[in-house]
Design a protein. Sequence first.
Length: 250
Amino acid sequence: MELSNVLWIGGPAGAGKTTVARKLARRHGLRWYNSDSRTWIHRERARAAGVPVPDRGPAHKLYDRAPMIVDDLRALPASPLVVAEGGPISPAMVTVPGRAVWLMPSREVQHERLRRRHPEGVPAYYLQTWDRLTTMLADSPVTTLVVDDLTEEETLAEVERIFASALAGGPTATSVEERRALVRYGNDALVTQHAGPLTRPEVPVDTSTVVRTFDCECADPECTALVDLIVADAVAAVAEPAPSILAAGH
């Protein structure tokens, strides 16, 4: 199956792929698939299949998440287009030309961004993603975009240009109801990531105190507002009819 309804955004840690994917999905009425939100579900799936996943500590080298990501994407509705992003996504997963872009900072810029994001210390695995991807992309036909000198909006504009034909061909959501349901889908995935029944068994989250960032559900395509919520409040919010996660004044 070609997954011709999927637009792929890849890159190493710190490339900005999640930010760009969220904004692209919101602006154009796409479904945002964030592979990071499936990390713990995939971990439990691997364990159930007999992979010797440890109770604690990293396990990313023990199993390949790519087939599980493909299964997730195949299970989604064919409409609207899906923008899929995340660290486990590789150029080898792309089968349709013109529907993928890899955001690549220089090693120095990646390190600088990650140090700002993790002042307590950058996880070693994050720093290794640049070398791994550089090797993969050397033999891949997918488009790469150097992002060192680009702002978030400039990066988004370049990605829109690369995906112009696919976006024009659609299908994309157009009604307020469709757009709101897509934003809710993304927020619900984040809730599942942080508070679902298979969530973070090795590193539990205190849902009454931990704050995470969610998308405003006003469904305005020009809205890029993010809402910081205690996870427990977000759990309650996504259980209510949309819209229930709204930025001030929306």
